[in-house]
Design a binder for this molecule. Structure first.
Ligand code: F6P
Length: 553
């Protein structure tokens, strides 16, 4: 079965450069990283770049100077820079939704001018940031009280997808910067267990719900928010009037917010030109801002902006998002790599890869071009991963000795953050030793001769041999600060952009999530009543009947 619908075998604009890369790939054959390093003693320092606080080592990639040149020509022919500039200018590059794509405006400085339909959006961005800061300060200081007059100690963000993953990831990442006497939780799953576990030990009088939904129509979020409101009013024994002190909304849909019963005064706005998965530095980040404070939030935005500027202005040879995008494409197209692992060596980044899954896979999991014609090439990879050391004792076996090519990003920090006890600080060298060791093992492996030299019995030699040649990028920074987090996220946002531009897909729509939503709406009443299931296929009809029987219906 074809992996992609039939289409031309390369994007039209850059077909020639694509063919040149295919030919180059043929020529490289089984070239090993061991050979590349042996041929160039400077490789480990030469194939590096710095953007802001991020040091990038891409020497352990299966590329030569020629490969990099060919990849850059591909980006040039595809006019990635042209699309990038159109994005920064506020042009409607999300063609299927006819929308501008301006998450970069969310971190623009106060005086900047970025227009959408002739209106400068920067003042609105800062007005919302100011309103968020005022609110965050009141919650943090205890000036904002609940219905009974008690100060707020618990924040529960209710949202899903981009309205959950970003703030949840960043809250974990920056936990050591948070106001520790605030409890911050995130509810996303429509499984009632999620909300139940999030609120069961909370005092309703001290709890603030932040309902985060761009559209304010997402069924999971509205369902959870409704249940949260019932829980709150039930616990307080209060009427609707208590909602104003315990619910705020983050949305583009003022009408929907008002219909739900939240005072639009307590709504923090954003705009249709902010994609859900690009939104956590908008009002969607309110829970994070409450947790870390407005100043730290601003530092994070500054980090984003630093990489935006780099992406916009750095020459191709030094442009890190271009490089990362092109390297990913190199393996996807010419090594048949279907997956990409992101392996942070930081406990605080435990949700980082889950966040990137939406960013990358919802953006680039597409199989038609911008004009609707099918692609004839593979597009976005399966992005996965967990913090590195845990992975080492789980799935790294497959990475080292399995049959697949899975390029990986390894992320580490020189200094531990937080108020760790001295003994725990000392553990950091061990963590980092693991990081560097894995990168080494992935690249160079261990030959059969090396294994034999250790006196290993011959029958075990093939089992204990490591082929190596697994490409990795190492990203190293001094410390995981708010700014560094912003820099990292922006790096991936723009990497995804570069790839989508070359694949000629619309990275900013997400029609693929719609069908399931529509079908679920049709199935739900059948589960309840058993009626109206005539449209169901035989498998679904049998499953529904089984479910109803198990529920005793
Ligand atoms: O279903 C996918 C999606 O539309 C995401 O793109 C989005 O981040 C998420 O749902 C949540 O949407 P909303 O913020 O409108 O509730």
């Amino acid at each position: 079965m074809p992996q992609t619908p039939a289409g031309p075998s390369a994007p039209q604009k850059c077909a020639q450069q694509w063919a040149a890369l295919a030919e180059h790939r043929e020529k490289l054959g089984d070239l090993h990283l061991r050979e590349l390093f042996a041929a160039d003693p400077q490789r480990g320092s030469r194939y590096t770049l710095q953007v802001g606080d991020l040091y990038l080592d891409y020497s352990k990639h299966l590329v030569t100077d020629e490969t990099l040149e060919l990849l850059r020509s591909l980006a040039e022919a595809a006019d990635v820079a042209g699309l990038r500039d159109a994005m920064f200018r506020g042009e409607k590059i999300n063609v299927t939704e006819d929308r501008a794509v301006l998450h970069t405006a969310l971190r623009a400085p106060r005086g900047a001018v970025i227009e959408v339909d002739g209106v400068n959006v920067v003042p609105e961005v800062h007005a919302v940031l100011d309103k968020m800061a005022g609110f965050a300060d009141r919650v943090r200081s205890g000036a904002w009280t609940g219905h009974t007059g008690k100060r707020i100690r618990n924040i529960v963000n209710i949202g899903i997808g981009g309205s959950d993953l970003g703030p949840a990831m960043a809250y974990e990442a920056l936990r050591s910067y948070t106001q520790r006497d605030l409890t911050v939780r995130f509810v996303s799953n429509v499984d009632g267990a999620d909300l139940h576990e999030a609120v069961r030990d909370l005092d309703a009088a001290e709890t603030l719900f932040i309902v985060a939904s761009k559209t304010f129509t997402t069924i999971e979020t509205i369902t959870n928010a409704t249940s949260a409101r019932d829980w709150l009013l039930g616990r307080l024994g209060a009427g609707q009037e208590a909602v104003a002190k315990h619910f705020v909304a983050l949305s583009t849909n003022a009408e929907g917010v008002a219909d739900f019963g939240i005072d639009v005064e307590n709504m923090f706005e954003f705009w249709d030109w902010v994609g859900g998965r690009y939104s956590y530095d908008s009002a969607i980040g309110l829970s994070l801002m409450i947790a870390i404070g407005p100043d730290r939030f601003q530092e994070m935005l500054d980090g984003f902006r630093l990489v935006d500027e780099h992406f916009r202005t750095a020459p191709l040879e030094q442009n890190v998002p271009f490089l990362l995008g092109l390297l990913g494409l190199w393996y996807g197209q010419f090594f048949d790599a279907q997956a990409h692992a992101v392996l942070p060596y930081s406990h605080y980044l435990s949700k980082f890869t889950a966040y990137l899954q939406q960013l990358d896979m919802e953006s680039n999991g597409k199989s038609v071009q911008r004009d609707g014609n099918p692609v004839g090439w593979t597009t976005g990879p399966v992005v996965w991963g967990t913090p590195g050391t845990n992975g080492q004792h789980a799935y790294y076996q497959l990475l080292h000795q399995g049959t697949k090519t899975i390029p990986a990003d390894l992320i580490g920090f020189a200094k531990p953050v937080g108020d760790l006890a001295p003994g725990l600080v000392a553990q950091h060298d061990l963590l980092m030793a693991n990081l560097f060791a894995q990168a080494q093992a992935f690249a160079f492996g261990k030959t059969a001769d090396e294994v034999r030299a250790e006196g290993v019995a011959e029958f075990q030699v093939p089992h204990r041999t490591f082929r190596g040649n697994h490409p990795t990028t190492m990203v190293l920074a001094e410390e995981l600060t708010p700014s560094v987090l912003g820099q990292l996220v922006a790096l991936y946002e723009h990497k995804v952009f570069v790839q989508g531009a070359i694949w000629n897909i619309d990275s900013f729509d997400q029609w693929g999530v719609e069908l399931g939503k529509v079908l679920a709406k049709k199935i739900e009443p059948v589960l309840l009543t058993g009626e109206g299931g005539d449209h169901l296929d035989s498998s679904s009809a049998t499953l529904v009947a089984k479910y109803r029987a198990l529920r005793g219906r």
